[in-house]
Design a protein. Structure first.
Length: 104
């Protein structure tokens, strides 16, 4: 015969991973994220974008002088067609900021 406390403990152990699992709903930003001005933190609000990918997006933006079209995001390592399709509704593009020109 099994001990009722052992049975209860086993049931709790088996149920724990189910109750502790985080909500798997994709996160979404409250407003569109501008690829030309967003910070790492703002980019991380996008679905399936972690810190490393956000840093790659910013590096790409700096190297290429900003994004002209949202589709250019697929040139960033880790973002393919499927990922881009999920991100597209949350993206915005404004003119890339130009460095200030000093006048004499």
């Amino acid at each position: 015969m099994s001990n009722p406390f052992t049975s209860l403990a086993m049931a709790l152990v088996l149920a724990l991973p189910l109750s502790a699992a985080p909500d798997r709903a994709p996160r979404a930003p409250q407003r569109p994220v501008n690829l030309n001005t967003a910070t790492v933190t703002e980019l991380m609000q996008l679905p399936r974008i972690g810190q490393k990918t956000a840093e790659r997006i910013i590096a790409f933006r700096k190297q290429h002088g900003g994004f002209q079209r949202p589709e250019e995001l697929m040139n960033v390592k880790g973002i393919g067609e499927k990922s881009f399709a999920k991100l597209k509704p949350f993206l915005a593009i404004s003119p890339a900021p130009h460095p200030a020109v000093q006048t004499k």
